[in-house]
Design a binder for this molecule. Sequence first.
Ligand SMILES: [Zn+2]
Length: 150
Amino acid sequence: MTTSSSFLRIVFEKETCGRCGGCGNYSYCQQYGTMCFGCNGTGKRLSRRGKIASQKVQAFKVDRYSVPATEIEPGDRIVYSMLEGRKRATVVAVKADPLNEGHVHIETKTGGLGVLVDSLVEKIPTVQQFADEVIPYARRFKGATIEEIQ
Ligand SMILES: [Zn+2]
C-alpha cells in the first residue's frame, strides 16, 4: 500500500521522430499544413519499447477495470473511445435506453453514450488502484519509467 501525498505517473519512452527528424513539420497538405503525422507535430514519438510498454499497460487496464455496462453507477469515472480519440468522463446517470432495445444510456457530465447491455465499459482506476496495481505492472517494462509528481 502506497501512502504519500505525491502522485506517480507512467512515462513511456520516446525518441526523436524519424519522419521529420524532430522538427514536427513534414510535407504540406491543405487540412493540416505541414504538421508531421509521424508525431502529430511534436517532434517526438514512442520508441519501439515505449510503444510495447504503452500497449501492454493499456491492455492491462482494459482487462482489469472493464465492467459490464449494467454495473456502471453514477459517480464512476469511465473512459471510452470516440472518433476523436479516448475520452474520460464522470457518470451522472445510467438508464435503460427506450429508443434502442438492449442498450443502456450512460449519461456523463459532458454528454452521453448508448452501449449494449452486455458490452464492457472501462472504468478509470482510482488513485489507490493506480498506485497499487497499474504502477507495479508498468515497472516490468523497460519502455516505461515511473515519475513522481509532487
Ligand atoms: Zn515527426
